[in-house]
Design a protein around this ligand. Structure first.
Ligand SMILES: C=CC1=C(C)c2cc3[nH]c(cc4nc(cc5[nH]c(cc1n2)c(C)c5CCC(=O)O)C(CCC(=O)O)=C4C)c(C)c3C=C
Ligand code: FE2
Ligand code: FE2
Length: 343
């Protein structure tokens, strides 16, 4: 029997510093998130970050936490429920980090008789810190605990025409009644090193003005290319004028070079340039979360106002948008029609 496992990033159990510390410990000790040798990662995470960051992160989580729990979890659950209403096979939800583990998600499906799983990482673009870490862990868990099931995964869908249409429609609908001079596409950042490491050609990614727009097999795993493509395709679909939109990368951590331009500096620059009304969209996130609700909608707005900006509009993520639910459900239904694969 076939079933679906949706997987998102995860959140702490509560916005209290002890839960945030536990969650960040698991997240940042992942070798695909902080990709340095174990001794250096341990020193950095356990020796420095976990002694300083949880208090500040917990304060940020408290600002965005809902009565029902973490926005990211609640919104992912709403998405799961709406997809479940549309498809005939069991749909479970898991998180890469935290209590809603991939093992529990697979167990839930197996308990319902599932032996063929369609794994859907809830990220439009591939990154080793997101999609790859989910796929690797799911395979480890499968081998160790569920050797008789098979897992197939949904490939990154950043340039799928239907996805681009759904994203563009949601942006257009939200901004319909709003006036804005500039639309910023802000994606979660990653260290530049992550991009070079996943360059399968070992020579394409220069992280410059041309590599990501020059066709290459490297693009299948190039997060930067995939983000720039989403911006390009949405801008084309929405007929945005050259100069009225741009791309930036947010949430950098540590001192290594991350993908640029940085979102906070871009917002600052737009304000300084005299832009009074800006809108911002965050297509690396399927569900609204700390990074969109706090870092963008609160901190980003504050920076813009400090620089003289007036109207700052944050477009919600796709969350449980009807067209997005329909699209994921159609991919699931198509997959369910494919031939059975043996483990
Ligand atoms: C080295 C650190 C990090 C990398 C690389 C990274 C990549 C990455 N993350 C997301 C999506 C999310 N990240 C979120 C929070 C978050 N991310 C990092 C660090 C890295 N992320 C930290 C330390 C945190 C925690 C919050 C904080 O202390 O600032 C979230 C929000 C989770 C929530 O509970 O709401 C998401 C979602 C992507 C897509 C990505 C690479 C492409
Ligand atoms: Fe992150
Ligand atoms: Fe590139």
């Amino acid at each position: 029997m076939k079933g679906v496992l949706l997987v998102n990033l995860g959140s702490p159990d509560s916005p209290e510093p002890k839960d945030v510390k536990k969650y960040l410990g698991e997240f940042l000790m992942d070798e695909r998130v902080i990709d340095v040798p174990l001794w250096a990662r341990t020193l950095l995470v356990k020796g420095i970050i976990l002694n300083t960051r949880p208090k500040a992160s917990a304060a940020a989580y408290k600002k965005i936490w809902w009565k029902e729990g973490s926005p990211l979890i609640v919104l992912s659950e709403r998405l799961q429920d709406k997809i479940q209403d549309q498809v005939d096979l069991p749909v479970s939800l898991a998180m890469r980090y935290g209590s809603m583990t991939i093992k529990k998600g697979l167990q839930e499906l197996v308990d319902k008789g599932v032996d063929e799983v369609f794994l859907i990482p809830l990220y439009p673009q591939f990154a080793m810190a997101t999609t790859e870490t989910i796929l690797v862990l799911a395979e480890e868990i499968r081998k160790a605990h569920f050797p008789n099931i098979s897992i197939q995964d949904l490939k990154s869908f950043y340039n799928n025409t239907n996805y681009i249409n759904v994203l563009s429609n949601s942006i257009e609908k939200y901004l319909e009644s709003k006036d804005y001079e500039h639309l910023l596409f802000s994606y979660h950042g990653v260290p530049e090193r992550h991009i070079r490491k996943r360059d399968i050609t070992k020579s394409h990614c220069k992280i410059d003005g041309s590599c990501c727009v020059t066709a290459s097999p490297a693009h299948e795993f190039c997060y930067r290319h995939q983000c720039l493509e989403v911006t390009r395709l949405v801008a084309e679909k929405l007929n945005l004028k050259e100069g009225s939109f741009s791309t930036s990368f947010q949430s950098r951590l540590g001192f290594d070079p991350w993908l640029q331009p940085y979102t906070d500096r871009t917002i600052e620059r737009l304000g300084k340039q005299g832009i009074k009304k800006m809108a911002i969209v965050t297509p690396a996130f399927v569900s609204d979360c700390l990074e969109t609700l706090e870092e963008i909608a609160m901190e980003g707005e504050e920076i813009f106002h400090e620089m003289g900006g007036k109207d700052f509009t944050t477009v919600p993520c796709l969350n449980d948008d009807k067209e997005f639910v329909d699209l994921l459900s159609s991919w699931i239904t198509d997959w369910a029609k494919t031939e059975t694969v043996t483990a």
